[in-house]
Design a protein around this ligand. Sequence first.
Ligand code: AMP
Ligand code: SF4
Length: 472
Amino acid sequence: MYDIRGLNEECGIFGVWNHERASELTYIALHSLQHRGQEGAGIVCSNNDYLFGARGMGLLTEALTNDQLVSLRDFPHAIGHVRYATTGGSELSNVQPFLFKGHKGDLGLAHNGNLVNAISIRDALEDDGAIFQTSSDSEVLAHLIRKNKSRDRKQRIKTALKQLKGAFAYVILDEDSLTIAMDDHGVRPLMLGEVDGSYCVASETCAFTAIGAEYIRDVEPGELITLSDAGIDFDRYTDKEQPNMCSMEYIYFTRADSEFRHSSVYSIRKSLGRALAEETEVDADIVIGVPDSSLAAAKGFSEATGIKQEQGLLKNRYVGRTFTASGQEARERAVRMKLSPVRDVVEGKRIFVVDDSIVRGTTSRFIVKALRRAGAKEVHMGVSSPPLKNPCYYGIDVSTHAEIIASRKSNEEIRREIDADSLTYLSVGRMHDVYHSFGSRGQCDACFTGNYPIDIEEQLLPQEKDLKTKGV
Ligand code: AMP
Ligand code: SF4
């Protein structure tokens, strides 16, 4: 979801139908999805009669109090959400799941992804008299469902979903059912599982491990699954299907112990590291992965080259994500607080550092400097993804062109700017080879290639135009 005023977000969602510990399972699942959102969290439950929810700001443990959790205990159906807002102000009203009350029944809703036509739908709905409770793009679906006159609940949801463009994984709860919907490009991950005979759904399979659920399969693009007391119903809201799973989920965002199509992200990242090794000519004494997200790629690189992998950088686990710090000075301070070289490991060595991506260049610049200060003889950088050149409009925050270093500079200019002895990126072709070898049906690579699989509405772009005209 994104804030209609320009706040960009990544999120994690979960849902379970008919389990005596529904809210407890949701809490545990959200905890394991915490890396997908640290700004707010919530749970909405149903007892076949009405919906009830709690939500709050911050990490899950801060967002929901014990008393709130106790009040959710007796409900057998639940959905949950963790939210990650990366810039600007934040407010409780935007924390999901949203809960709408009405004389026709209640509706709970949680969304992961970004809609690219939310502004025009919202404008049209407002012109028609609708009053929005939040500034989030996700709310438009609730209005579209409510506005539909069909008596058939599933038909109402189908018609509403057909009007949306963009990336969405939705869980929708009412008194009688939990509906799971995936956009026809399948950009964001969504997995189906089973726990103690009840069905559940989560953004990542690490949530299933945490609650003791069995991972069944990935939800497919365009799919519409309904859980109710009648069982599970598999359907589609559209015949269209063009799989474009987000490549950044594989590279950076998803937890390494999660799985896509029954292959672990750890193995996929290791293969990306192996592929990088095939495209690298540099010799080195040791390989260092940037903890934690690049350790698997570094392992693959090490196995393919025979160069020993060492733990030359340590990560302070008590520092939040550096990427989210606002202002360049704050970001640099955050990276310094987060990463630290191990002198005995790096002194006098030719080092090959593997990182999963370079966005602004802050992290690589710091790493090269810190390793040299700790006595490294040479520092080579290898990136287990292609040069990241374009912003994402589908739910991952990779900023504007103005801030993305590879959109302005050549590889050689970047190498000079981060002061590395060499800089190697993985090619787009090899990246796709790796995904195909793990059963991918098609990936989005727009932030690398600029080929956006879903057209972007003009209104989503002004922030960037403003920045450019101001010469940022
Ligand atoms: P930068 O320091 O701006 O070049 O950012 C690169 C670092 O941020 C890498 O170490 C990545 O692991 C991490 N990263 C890449 N994409 C994202 C993202 N969308 N959100 C947060 N961190 C990211
Ligand atoms: Fe993922 Fe990049 Fe596509 Fe966004 S543009 S969905 S980050 S691959």
